[in-house]
Design a protein. Structure first.
Length: 81
């Protein structure tokens, strides 16, 4: 396939504009839960657009984003719907 159909990710102004309020909501929730600067925040999520909201939200708190595997591959095939 040699890279056919693959394009670099470009964060457009619209995406960043829409992510701002959602990321702020994530940050405020984390702060309410007691997350502080330097705390590690583990996030188990599939690769989806909302992952950016969580990443930016954790960054806004000063926390460290620790990603874990989302449901994929064999897990997704055997997991109940």
């Amino acid at each position: 396939m040699s890279g056919q159909g693959r394009r670099p990710l470009r964060l457009g102004r619209d995406l960043v504009r829409r992510a701002g309020p959602r990321s702020t909501a994530v940050a405020n929730t984390l702060l309410g839960w007691g997350v502080r600067s330097g705390d590690a925040v583990a996030v188990l999520m599939e690769n989806r657009p909302e992952m950016l909201d969580s990443w930016f939200g954790v960054a806004m708190t000063g926390g460290l984003y620790v990603s874990g595997p989302g449901r994929s591959g064999a897990q997704a095939a055997t997991a109940p719907a």
